[in-house]
Design a protein around this ligand. Structure first.
Ligand code: SF4
Length: 369
């Protein structure tokens, strides 16, 4: 993307025109969910809620990978880090996410070898450099990261790296949208679909869900102008009564997405029912290693099987990830739960809705909340 184009996506004049266009529409209450955690952060960083008319409400969705990682998966990561000679490689955000009795950060403090990596390939390098130890990568994320994990496993296979394995808590986006729309508690007039995930899935990746539920849906980029444009398109769809699946991130997302990345992903992973933290099990929404890649499955390698434990009482992350509640409606927000002492995953991750509210809305007194 040229500097000229980058400038356009942050252009205050274009943003102002879009804001005016939104305000000039016929007022009608509308609730739009930004599915992706990166959108949540961008929306708050740029103060977008305060720029919208009062009849448009934005809700955060289940697109923060750390937030939706099930308690059981966090407990599994913790158990794996306790195995003899294991180096546990993890994304930084996961360190402080509380499991049922510990966290990866607490394990590190107790002397386990837990290392923060920025990519699965860093973990692979660690495996190469430590042939006498075993490296377990804690794999979380969506369609965006899964192809990279799959590619790392193929590299490990090619190079005969046998001291590397993963526990996959990977998830897919379209089944989560369907689960939200199936819930009688959820009330959404439109989705701002995630830009990064859509680079892989393409617009076509949402076609089946859109055709079934006919809810206005627009793929959006991450600059303020991208987000405002998508909101405007969602509002127009609502007012016209003609729901559409549209792409407002044409510079990065094509109708077919990235078939090569999907091919690598589906070579390694198979769909499976998956538990989403605070939401529950969503059919065929997870990505588990196919049987022929069992040798990379850390749980099978170490014989680990963790039972699901109930969520600690008080944390409303599930309702927040489904757009049923806003962070300020959680009694612990800013009291028992802050970014320094998080009680739930939505306050830990930089992409979590509670963390975004706390950071950019402070005490939650804003009228837009
Ligand atoms: S404020 Fe804390 S306890 Fe409440 S929902 Fe958010 S993360 Fe959970």
């Amino acid at each position: 993307m040229s500097m000229k184009h980058l400038h356009e996506y942050r252009d205050a004049e274009i943003a102002k025109k879009l804001i005016n266009a939104i305000h000039s529409l016929k007022p009608r209450p509308m609730r739009f969910m930004e599915v992706c955690g990166t959108h949540t952060m961008s929306i708050f960083r740029h103060g977008i809620p305060a720029l919208l008319p009062p009849w448009i409400e934005l809700l955060s969705g289940p697109g923060c990978p750390v937030c939706v990682t099930a308690l059981k998966d966090i407990d599994t990561f913790v158990s794996l880090s306790r195995e003899k000679d294991v180096i546990s490689a993890t994304f930084g955000d996961l360190m402080r996410v509380p499991g049922s009795e510990s966290s990866l950060g607490a394990q590190k403090a107790e002397g386990r070898d837990v290392r923060v990596v920025y990519s699965v390939f860093d973990a692979l390098v660690t495996a190469r450099e430590n042939p006498d130890r075993a490296v377990v990568f804690n794999a979380v994320g969506f369609e965006t990261t899964a192809p990279t994990i799959a590619s790392a496993l193929l590299t490990a296979e090619e190079e005969g790296i046998s001291n590397f394995s993963i526990h996959s808590a990977h998830k897919m986006t379209p089944p989560a949208l369907a689960a939200l729309l199936d819930s009688p508690l959820v009330n959404i007039d439109g989705f701002l679909l995630p830009g990064h995930v859509s680079v892989i899935t393409g617009t076509d990746g949402y076609r089946a869900v859109f055709d079934r539920y006919r809810v206005p849906s627009v793929i959006a980029g991450f600059e303020p102008v991208d987000i405002l444009r998508a909101i405007y398109m969602l509002a127009l769809q609502n007012l016209s009564g003609e729901p559409k699946l549209e792409n407002a991130y044409e510079r990065a997302v094509s109708p077919r997405g990235n078939p090569k990345a999907r091919e690598i992903m589906t070579r390694i992973f198979a769909p499976a029912d998956a538990m989403w933290r605070g939401i529950g099990t969503i059919p065929a929404s997870g990505m588990v290693l196919k049987q022929e890649y069992d040798r990379f499955d850390a749980c099978k390698r170490y014989g680990i099987r963790v039972e699901e434990t109930p969520e600690p009482s008080g944390c409303a992350c599930g309702d927040i990830l489904m757009g049923i509640k806003k962070p300020v409606q959680c009694p612990m927000f800013g009291k028992g739960c802050t970014p320094v002492h998080p009680a739930g995953p939505c306050m830990v991750s930089g992409e979590g809705a509670c963390a975004a509210y706390y950071r950019y809305m402070g005490d939650g007194e804003s009228k837009k909340l």
